[in-house]
Write a protein that binds this ligand. Structure first.
Ligand code: ZN
Length: 340
C-alpha cells in the first residue's frame, strides 16, 4: 500500500471509529490506543516514507503530520468531553475543596529534646550519646552507687543478666565519655531510660532524660545555678523564676532539685503546682569527687556540676498533658492536636 492509500485508509477507519465511540461500541482507551498508541495506526505511516523518492519526501512528511495533528486533536477533544460527562454522571461538585492529605509531624518528646539540645548547644555544650543496654558498673558502681547501696532501691531496674541491664538514667553516658576524654568538658546526653515500675498516669517503664555535665577548673555552685537559670528562662520564658532545694543523689555532692515558678498560675497557686507556686523540673549537683576517681581525673584540679532533666515532665507541663502514657501509645488524635 502506498502512502496516499494508507492515509486514506486511516481516515476512513477513523471516521468509522468516531461513530462507534459515540455510540459506545468502542471504549475510549482502545480508541485512543488504536491511533495514538506506540504501535498505533499513525505509527505505521513513518516507515512508508522510505519508499518515496527524495523529492517527494517533504510533501509526504507534511501529509503525515497533518493527519496526525487532526486525529490527535479530535481524540483529545473527545476525551475531554468524556471526563466532563463522567463528572456529571457521578454528580461531582468540582468547586468543592480537595481532601486534605495527612501529614506527619515531629513527636512532642523529640521536639522538646531538640529544643533543650539547642539551648545548651548555644552555650557550648556538645551532644553525646551513650548505650541503652549497659553494665552494672557504668549505671551504678562508677556513679558511686556500690552494690547494696540503698540508693539502688530508688531505681528498680530491668536486668538482662547479673551484670547487664537497661540503663536507669542517662548519667551512665557521663562515665563512658569521661573515660575517653580529658577535661575541660561540657556535654549533654539525651536518651531513653528504663525503670521497672508500675505503669500509671505519672510513671511509665521507659522515659527520656537529658544528662548534662560541666567540668573545668574552679567550677562553683553559682556556675551551676547560672547555667540552669538560663536554661529555664530559655525554655519557659524570661519571667520564670528558679529556686534550688537541697536533695540527694549518690553521684553529686551537694545535690539539689530545681523548681521553676509555676507557669500556669504565675505563682499564685493552682492544682498543677499543688498550690505551692513552684514546679520541680530537674535534679542537679556538684559532681562528687568519688566519681572522678573512677575515671582518673585529678580531684585537686577539676570540679564540675551535673544535672538530669526529665523530658516527659517538661513535655507534660508544656502541653498540659496529664497522663504520661499518651506519649507512647501512638494516638493520632493526640499527636494531631499538639502538632508542632
Ligand atoms: Zn500553679
Amino acid at each position: 500500500m502506498n502512502l496516499n492509500d494508507k492515509i486514506q485508509a486511516i481516515n476512513d477507519s477513523f471516521s468509522k471509529d468516531k461513530k462507534n465511540f459515540k455510540s459506545n461500541s468502542i471504549k475510549f482507551d482502545d480508541f485512543k490506543n488504536k491511533y495514538l498508541g506506540r504501535k498505533g495506526l499513525l505509527s505505521e505511516l513513518y516507515p512508508l516514507l522510505n519508499s518515496v523518492s527524495d523529492s517527494d519526501k517533504p510533501e509526504c512528511g507534511k501529509k503525515i503530520n497533518s493527519i496526525k495533528n487532526v486525529i490527535t486533536k479530535e481524540i483529545h477533544s473527545l476525551g475531554n468531553n468524556l471526563s466532563d460527562l463522567s463528572n456529571n454522571a457521578l454528580n461531582i461538585d468540582s468547586s468543592m475543596p480537595g481532601t486534605e492529605k495527612f501529614s506527619g509531624s515531629i513527636h512532642p518528646l523529640t521536639k522538646i529534646i531538640d529544643e533543650i539540645k539547642s539551648i545548651f548547644n548555644r552555650i557550648g555544650f556538645s551532644t553525646i550519646y551513650g548505650p541503652e543496654v549497659d553494665t552494672d558498673y557504668y549505671n551504678f558502681e562508677a556513679l558511686n552507687i556500690p552494690k547494696d547501696h540503698p540508693a539502688r532501691d530508688m531505681q528498680d531496674t530491668f536486668y538482662i543478666n547479673k551484670e547487664t541491664l537497661l540503663r536507669t538514667h542517662t548519667s551512665s553516658s557521663q562515665i563512658h565519655f569521661m573515660e575517653k576524654n580529658q577535661p575541660p568538658l561540657r556535654i549533654i546526653s539525651p536518651g531513653r531510660v528504663y525503670r521497672n515500675e508500675d505503669i500509671s498516669v505519672r510513671s511509665y517503664c521507659l522515659f527520656h532524660q537529658i544528662e548534662g555535665l560541666y567540668i573545668d577548673k574552679n567550677v562553683k555552685f553559682s556556675d551551676l545555678k547560672g547555667t540552669l537559670d538560663y536554661f529555664a528562662k530559655s525554655l519557659f520564658g524570661e519571667n520564670v523564676k528558679t529556686r534550688f532545694r537541697p536533695s540527694y543523689f549518690p553521684f553529686t555532692e551537694p545535690s539539689a532539685e530545681m523548681d521553676v515558678s509555676c507557669i500556669f498560675c504565675k505563682s499564685k497557686g493552682c492544682n498543677i503546682c499543688k498550690q505551692s507556686g513552684w514546679i520541680e523540673i530537674l535534679g542537679c549537683g556538684m559532681v562528687d569527687p568519688e566519681v572522678f576517681k573512677f575515671v582518673d581525673y585529678d580531684v585537686d584540679i577539676w570540679s564540675g556540676f551535673a544535672f538530669g532533666i526529665g523530658i516527659e515532665r517538661i513535655a507534660m507541663l508544656k502541653y498540659g498533658v496529664k497522663d504520661i502514657r499518651i506519649f507512647y501509645n501512638g494516638d493520632i488524635q493526640f499527636l494531631e492536636q499538639i502538632k508542632l
